[in-house]
Design a protein around this ligand. Structure first.
Ligand code: MSP
Length: 555
């Protein structure tokens, strides 16, 4: 295994909701990163799960006349089922009602009480029921006493709670931000946190007594642990860190600190300030980066069930059946709100990107190259002839059509892989995939410049033609490796068409990109991996979709 273990997490999702584009998005982003890193040879742990306690779940269950556990079981099963629908390769799925989690949360809270980081006191203030979040007096005034998310009135709260001594961590948190400029990304989000930090930290209540659906405070069971505190702990309970010395901890402690906590921007404060302070209080290392993406809106407007523009699971599945799962994943990765601004999910835009990037670039290039090898070399990869490939000869005009000196393929391919890797390490999914697409565009340009279809007319050009088509096929193969984390199904089809057994190293049978005999990206991306003599089949990867049926259905 390469270097340090890598771990990536999604937020754990509330079980009073059904999976929609927001959940699918964050989870897919993490999946593409995890697959890439496994393929790159790292030991990866990718965690997702469900957040099952709290008042919201209790209320939704009551409204349906079932127990909160029944509601949680039902929806957690649904969240787990849809992971397969989205092609997600998570290593674990944590549920906050699992005994492994509950036991460790109690132990961790016990440690916080014993160390004095948590104490008893009285809280008077405002509470956002929908968000299960306490709101300071100043903030409540600013918000006109309404939830910024649900629009519902904030409720007055006055109760005895256990408090976390957040105020004591002001300086340490600020110092951490100063020392680790990449602790919160993107930059705009980091600046927001810094701004709010300057207002000063206040201690926060971490228990509730007005409902029971939660983990009891050890030794004082009429209090339940605030759902947010319970939930944040999932990132370490899944690794057994709340039970030092346990088998689970021994096996998984290596995955902490998390490389990335990927979350939506609305839950950044908890992850960027409260969570690190809790970890400091427990003397546990902080995650390396909290990455807060922005939101999908839909057809230019905030998603809402009443507007009818909500991208729910049935809508997503219409996209899958029209364009395919991999096209959906590619769109999530390249057009999504990973940056500081929201992204618009629009049916027409989806349709355009599908055609421009996947049909006309990836699909077209793969089919052109495999078709020409079929036509001119009976479907057998010709000798590369790289060393004696046509080069500008002294007497040639520089613009001679077959001159390919501009295209130093081994170098172009190595550069794309290096850049794709660098971008992915920064969670720049679009940047990484653009390297794969860029290589294919280069192949297209090369074909247009060298015109193999014209060369083919004269048998004397056979060696040049062979060199050109070898280089095209080899570049397509290497590009496909870079596109694999986002589009594993389609790229494995392409590998098969290029005669690559099990992706050249076990990737097909072991879809997670690691595993028995699985060669790494770097090994597979070596120029020359495609052997002359290999049988190649013509392939049509992405069929054209005439109108946008999804648009017609959702309109
Ligand atoms: N349970 C908490 C998180 C606890 S983490 C310790 C929670 N759950 S949630 O079910 O509401 O999921 C919120 C997450 O869903 C967001 O942080 C984001 O990852 C994703 N999204 C929800 N709506 C979204 C969009 N419209 N766009 C993109 N992602 C959004 O909060």
């Amino acid at each position: 295994m390469l270097g340090q273990p890598i771990s990536i997490t999604t937020p754990i999702y509330y079980t009073n909701d059904k999976p929609h584009i927001g959940h699918a998005y964050t989870t897919t982003v993490c999946d593409i990163y995890a697959r890439f890193q496994r393929f790159a040879g790292h030991d990866v742990f990718f965690l997702t799960g469900t957040d099952e306690h709290g008042q919201k779940v209790e209320k939704s269950a009551a409204a349906r006349g079932i127990t909160p556990q029944q509601l949680a079981d039902e929806n957690a099963a649904e969240f787990q089922r849809v992971l397969a629908v989205f092609g997600i390769s998570n290593d674990d799925f944590i549920r906050t009602t699992q005994p492994r989690h509950e036991r460790q949360v109690q132990a961790l809270v016990r440690r916080l009480i014993d160390s004095g980081a948590v104490y008893q006191g009285t809280y008077t203030g405002w509470y956002d029921e929908g968000q299960e979040e306490y709101v300071t007096e100043t903030k409540a005034k600013e918000l006109n006493f309404k939830s910024p998310i649900s629009g519902k009135p904030l409720v007055r709260a006055n109760e005895t709670n256990y408090f976390f001594r957040l105020s004591a961590y002001q300086k340490r948190i600020e110092d951490h931000f100063a020392a680790m400029p990449d602790f919160v990304r993107p930059e705009a989000r980091r600046n927001e946190v810094l701004g709010r930090l300057r207002e000063g930290l206040q201690d926060v209540p971490i228990t509730r007594t007005n409902f029971t659906w939660g983990i009891p405070v050890p030794g004082d069971e009429k209090h339940v642990i605030y759902v947010w505190i319970d939930a944040l702990f999932n990132y370490i309970t899944a690794l057994g860190l709340g039970a030092p010395g346990s088998d689970e901890c021994n096996a998984r402690a290596k995955y902490w600190p998390a490389t990335y906590h990927v979350i939506g921007k609305e839950i950044l404060w908890f992850h960027a300030v409260i969570w690190p302070a809790m970890l400091m209080a427990l003397d546990i290392a902080l995650p390396r980066c909290v990455y807060a993406h922005s939101f999908w809106i839909s057809e230019g407007q905030k998603m809402s069930k009443t507007l009818g523009n909500f991208i729910d699971l049935p809508t997503i599945q219409r996209y899958h059946s029209t364009y395919g799962l991999d096209a959906w994943r590619y769109y999530m990765a390249t057009q999504g709100p990973l940056g500081a601004t929201d992204a618009d999910f629009a049916a027409a835009h989806f349709h355009d990107i599908y055609h421009s990037d996947l049909v006309n670039t990836v699909g077209n290039c793969a089919s052109r190259v495999t078709a020409m090898i079929g036509k001119y070399f009976d479907g057998v990869v010709p000798q590369s002839g790289l060393d004696d490939s046509p080069r500008p000869a002294p007497g040639d005009s520089p613009g001679a059509k077959w001159v390919i000196a501009d295209y130093d393929w081994p170098q172009l391919a190595a550069q794309a892989v290096q850049r794709g890797n660098d971008a992915m390490n920064k969670l720049d999914l679009a940047g990484s995939l653009a390297q794969g697409l860029g290589l294919l565009r280069k192949v297209d340009g090369f074909i247009n410049a060298t015109e193999p279809f014209k060369l083919a007319k004269d048998p004397a050009n056979q060696p040049k033609l062979a060199a050109i088509l070898y280089q095209c096929a080899e570049a397509v193969r290497i590009a496909s490796l870079l596109l694999w984390p986002a589009m594993p199904g389609k790229m494995e089809d392409l590998w098969k068409a290029l005669g690559q057994e099990a992706g050249g190293g076990g990737q097909r049978s072991e879809i997670r990109g690691q595993g028995a005999g699985g060669a790494t990206l770097a090994a597979l991306a070596q120029w020359g991996g495609l052997k002359p003599g290999t049988k190649v089949q013509k392939i049509a990867l992405f069929p054209r979709v005439e109108a946008s049926p999804v648009q017609a259905v959702s309109a």
